[in-house]
Design a binder for this molecule. Structure first.
Ligand code: LMR
Length: 329
């Protein structure tokens, strides 16, 4: 076990800033997984590298997988198109980035719908959660599984203790209409922006704040260019680990089956360990002199009261049944 752990962390380190993982041999099916996160402790980095490690050892000679982290191959705006064009075979975008393909996944963005990570995991394993994996079938996207990341927290260039503190500020958001409505409900201004641009935008004051997990705030060093982070726990960040129907159909049945089994096991393993990774990155932020504001139950309730009305606005497009299934999981 020790040897395995050492090998994995050395591997993660080697992959932290740039690509190439496997040197594919002639005759092997070459697959690329592109994502936008970085560092060595991020749940998506760890899951992607674990997938590559298993495919490259267990499917050696049949398939090889290269992982491209930190938007080095495709950033947020291009990766979904690239998947449809066959320029990349595997992705794990945030569930907040599918608004132009389906509105149903907006359920994952509703503020305060999940009490915690366990609640979110229960929903993803429910019949409704499983069905949503295939909500973009007509487009040609296949959801292979959910990779959990963490709950989200606000950070800004001033302490945010009550929603009033956010009034008039500009917040970077993902390309999600739910997130935009939520920020507007706080009396702030939402600025959709690709992930790779966030650090620079915070540093130069293009935006005042952002919302993200401990893992993203630590590995992308957002805490360095913010006054503090507030433990709002207001929203989930999770990924759709996905491929295209076209690529899956192109694989011989036995190769497809072996790949899908590995993909499923890696997904389960990734979700088992995600809470520890988030906790570790929270303490990494504190150790690096980042500041975290905790909220009293009364203060947190003020955030709930301001943001939760957003649910009603999105009920017609997401579906009341889906919202109910998520809230009650
Ligand atoms: C973001 O854009 O903030 C996140 O979706 C990035 C990621 O993939 O964790």
């Amino acid at each position: 076990m020790k040897t395995v752990a050492l090998t994995l962390s050395a591997l993660a380190l080697a992959l932290s800033s740039f690509t190439t993982y496997a040197s594919c041999e002639k005759g092997e099916i070459k697959a690329k997984l592109s994502h936008v996160t970085g560092g060595t402790t991020h749940p998506k980095v760890v899951a992607s590298n674990r997938l590559a490690e298993r495919v490259n050892s267990e499917m050696n000679g049949k398939m090889c997988l290269e992982v491209y982290p930190s938007s080095t191959l495709f950033g947020d705006s291009k990766e979904l198109e690239a998947l449809l064009l066959g320029d990349v075979q595997l992705l794990a975008p945030s569930l907040s980035k599918f608004g132009s393909y389906t509105r149903k996944l907006g359920v994952f963005d509703l503020p305060f719908i999940f009490q915690d990570m366990d609640h979110a995991i229960r929903f993803t394993q429910s019949p409704t959660g499983r069905e949503l994996l295939n909500s973009m079938k007509e487009v040609g996207f296949v959801g292979l599984g959910y990779w959990m990341s963490g709950m989200k927290y606000f950070s800004a260039n001033k302490p945010l203790i009550t929603p009033n503190d956010a009034n008039g500020l500009k917040f970077r958001v993902q390309t999600s209409d739910v997130a935009k409505a939520m920020i507007s409900a706080m009396g702030a201004s939402p600025q959709p922006m690709a992930f790779k641009e966030v650090y620079g935008a915070l540093q130069t004051g293009v935006v005042d704040g952002q919302e993200n997990t401990w893992s993203n705030i630590y590995t992308k060093k957002f805490f360095e260019v913010q006054d503090s982070i507030t433990e709002t726990n207001h929203q989930l960040l999770a990924y759709l680990f996905m491929t295209s129907q076209e690529w899956l159909d192109s694989l011989k049945p036995e190769i497809r089956q072996q790949f899908l089994e590995i993909a499923d096991e890696v997904t389960q393993e990734a979700n088992l360990n995600v809470k520890e990774k988030e906790a570790k990155n929270r303490s990494n932020i504190l150790q690096a002199d980042g500041k975290i504001n905790t909220l009293t139950p009364e203060q947190r309730q003020q955030w709930v009261d301001v943001m939760k009305p957003v649910w009603k606005k999105f009920e017609p497009e997401i579906g009341a049944d889906i919202i109910e299934a998520a809230a009650g999981s």
